[in-house]
Design a protein around this ligand. Sequence first.
Ligand code: UDX
Length: 435
Amino acid sequence: MNITMIGTGYVGLVTGACLAEFGHRVTCMDLDLGKIERLKNGEIPIYEPGLDVLVAKNVKDKRLRFSSDMADCVPSAQAVFVAVGTPSSRRGDGYADLTYIYAAAKDIAKHLTDYTVVVDKSTVPVGTARQVQRIIREENPEADFDVASNPEFLREGAAINDFMRPDRVVVGTDSAKAREIMREVYNPLFLLSTPFVFTGLESAELIKYAANAFLAMKISFINEMATLCEEVDADVVDLAKGVGLDGRIGSKFLHPGPGYGGSCFPKDTLALLRIAQEHGVTARSVEAAVEINSAQKARMVKKIRDALGGNEAGKTIAALGLAFKPETDDLRESPPLSILPPLAEKGAIIRAHDPQAMKEAKKLYPNFIYVENAYEACDGADVVVLFTEWNQYRALDLADLKAKMKGSIFVDLRNVYSPKQITDAGFTYYGLGRK
Ligand code: UDX
């Protein structure tokens, strides 16, 4: 099948490469000429494990190519995926900015020839697919097309595996013909007995928001429980295990941390709240999850300050991890970047390390000191704070780390180490939800 992917951001590139790997002929299209040129030269603009190899292999086998021209790739495609960005609007009101989606729909319309399914892959508010349908119809009344909503559930750092072995594939469309084409697109997954959820357009759009909001709620819940554990001398790691083994609850997404971040949860929870508000209904559970997440980040600032005896001025903080989670260089809404700046403003010196995200961080926070590894970060530090659970921070030589430091405080915001491991190395321990 010929497939065109509009947008070569994170979702577009991963999805395009994976669909090529399924055997389809895929063109990834982007209006950004520079980006397309770099992709043609084999440069992958993001860090995602395995993506470079997958792209190179499919380009070599001639199933994947790049283009900056819709005329060159839309007319021949049976399915055109729209995977352009939907950032939070600049107004700061939580609404998703759909400018790029609507512009893409208009452009696609001009190039439609034979029957085509236009697939919304980007996360968009309920009703967007119908708008896309309307825009294409207005722009090209003769076009033979249907619209489908096919939300992605890819986790950064595990995106290729998530695509190849998803828990489910959600396809929303009113058209039986479009459903058949989407079935063909995902045929290898059908053969693996992956559950398919076929719905109407609006349900598919809402499923994505509801799934992300539920996961955000789970994280905020466990973060609140961690705070409670600290007060009553319970251990949140034991609590999460005891609770999560109930099959109705499940053990995933019950790890306390400095708050959720990234390109999806913060944006999608706010967008869901706006959708609810617009329709005159409440989504209080989601509202609470968002509030708790902000409070969690503020609480982490206080935790570090308290660990430093209530005053961070002139103190050196070794920050391990800047990305919002491991295996990504993404700094969007990354909790350490909400937690460290207020401490730096009050005079703390930040010595930071991250295996992938430092290049970007240097541009955003030029005042931090960037170093090559965790041990260098600890050189002369008063406190070490583990923000992101990268594998290379999981088996640190704690005695070595301590020997480098001036102080002896370890703040483990991911509960990577047991309190005993840390205190045995001579540190004073601060974790989340455990003494
Ligand atoms: C998420 C969804 O998982 C994915 O399905 C959706 O399509 C996009 O958003 P992603 O943003 O890549 O994926 O990250 P994810 O692994 O879900 O983690 C999000 C945040 O939650 C991270 O900041 C992570 O550290 C935090 N988190 C996750 C916790 O604090 N505790 C947990 O138990 C799990």
